[in-house]
Design a protein. Structure first.
Length: 477
């Protein structure tokens, strides 16, 4: 009768726990990704996007060497690799949580009971063996094995491990994203450095032209064809060009050190061939369809893995409302004297038991954790949708930029050709007194500015080429 009563109380307690541990209702959200069929108004390739490895896309051997060194030495990338190791260790830790835990233990101690207590009086009148009294104080020696295991009924521990795996995969994609941006940043900085080299070359050429023009003006002044004002104007323009020369040199130093920083090394010259700058043609890419971004962009895949982990976190938090079943066991030897320690079965001891633990009162912490996990899951959905939207807009912007820069560069090249010819014409006209010195100076200044603009347009064109490769998800292979 008593056994049935206790069993009834036990079952009733479990039923009461289930009814009292009602999971709070929360608002949940699923991701909604509806990418357009194409980028803007342009027709897309019928095939999927085809991205060459960066060594095939960036063919400049000096640039390839810089990227290779950066992938080996860049500090930010090295820190990201350590984050991957941290995530991998977390996976191992979570995997161990739902497996049985087994260990060995050994110990020794001494215990003296008070004589005038029930336990002390009992030990004083107890013989261990006939004619052998209980020793006082009582020593205690033991060694054995123990095991504990939480039975993962509600998949709380397994879902926690899956969440850790998703975060590990997210960290790997995070590393790929860092690599993509690193390759793109080095390539853009390298082309910027080539552009500055060409600007310096143009400034030096302009200084030679202005120096020769100044000599001509001085001779004409001696012949009383021009005044001292013309001489001073030409001198001022020459000094301005020489000043500009040092400004460009400083920009070159800054650009070189930016690349050195990305390579994780102290300032030193950057090996390069500046003569190929104006001849570099943007590589063509099959841009594919927008849905290709979901497979190629590391940041999208990272956000997707983080979203999957957050969904599993919600399940783990929800499982905490339910009872947990634990099993524990011990086996070994224990005795008051080492010489009896291995006596079997007298010194053999073992135990096995199970327990059910369930939250009943003061479940505020569990509720708060569950609500927070759900809020983080909704947050991860919005982040995923935002990442996809940002990727699409980046590609659309860069494709439009490449098209417009290509047209702009063609027109700017024609402008440079026209102004370069006008410099010679203005010189001839000035010598024959058919043009004044201000026309010569303005022609030289316009030609210099236009050549700078041509180089700037070329640099933007190459930078856009780099950015298209990045926004389409290349660079991390």
């Amino acid at each position: 009768m008593n056994k049935r009563y206790y069993l009834f109380v036990f079952v009733a307690g479990i039923a009461l726990n289930f009814t009292s541990c009602k999971v709070p209702e929360v608002v949940q959200k699923s991701e909604n990704i509806n990418l357009p069929d194409q980028y803007g108004q342009e027709e897309n390739d019928s095939t999927t996007v085809s991205l060459a490895p960066w060594k095939e896309y960036f063919k400049d051997p000096y640039l390839q060497d810089l990227i290779t060194e950066a992938l080996d030495n860049n500090q930010e990338l090295s820190m990201t690799l350590q984050e991957i190791e941290i995530a991998r260790s977390e996976v191992k830790a979570k995997k161990g949580e739902y497996l049985p835990s087994v260990g060995l233990k050994a110990g020794a101690g001494v215990d003296k009971k008070a004589r005038y207590t029930s336990l002390g009086a009992s030990e004083a009148t107890t013989d261990i063996r006939p004619g052998e009294e209980m020793p006082e104080p009582l020593q205690d020696y033991l060694f054995g094995a123990y095991a504990t295991w939480e039975v993962d009924i509600w998949k709380k521990l397994r879902n926690s491990k899956k969440a850790a795996v998703s975060r590990y995969l997210a960290s790997v994609e995070g590393k790929n994203f860092v690599v993509t941006n690193l390759v793109a940043e080095i390539a853009s900085s390298y082309y910027e450095l080539l552009a500055l080299d060409n600007e310096l070359k143009i400034v030096n050429q302009n200084i030679k032209i202005q120096t020769n023009a100044l000599k001509v003006v001085k001779l004409q002044k001696e012949a009383a064809k021009v005044t001292e004002l013309a001489v001073k104007k030409f001198e001022a323009e020459l000094l301005n060009s020489k000043s500009l020369q040092y400004n460009v040199k400083q920009e070159i130093t800054v650009a070189e050190n930016k690349i050195n920083f990305l390579l994780g090394r102290y300032p030193q010259p950057i090996q390069r061939d500046s003569g190929v700058f104006l001849n570099v043609l943007p590589e063509s890419l099959q841009k594919g369809i927008p849905s290709d971004l979901l497979q190629n962009r590391p940041d999208i895949r990272q956000a997707e893995m983080e979203l999957a982990a957050s969904k599993l976190d919600v399940k783990v938090a929800k499982a905490r409302f339910y009872p947990s079943l634990g099993i524990s066991a011990n086996i070994g030897y224990q005795a008051f004297n080492p010489k009896y320690l291995l006596d079997t079965p007298e010194s053999l001891m073992y135990s096995i038991g199970g327990d059910i633990l369930a939250p009943l009162i003061n479940r505020n912490e569990i509720k708060a954790t569950y609500i927070a996990a759900n809020a983080k899951q909704i947050q991860a959905v919005y982040k995923y949708e935002q990442t996809v939207l940002n990727a699409y807009i980046e590609v659309a912007n860069q494709l439009s930029k490449i098209d417009n820069l290509s047209k702009s560069y063609e027109l700017k090249s024609q402008q440079v050709d026209a102004l370069s010819k006008s410099i010679s014409i203005s010189g001839v006209l000035f010598k024959s007194a058919r043009a004044d010195y201000m026309e010569v100076l303005m022609t030289q200044r316009d030609a210099l500015e236009t050549k700078f603009e041509l180089i700037e347009t070329k640099m933007q064109q190459l930078s856009a080429m780099v950015q298209v490769y990045r926004v389409l998800g290349g660079g991390w292979e």
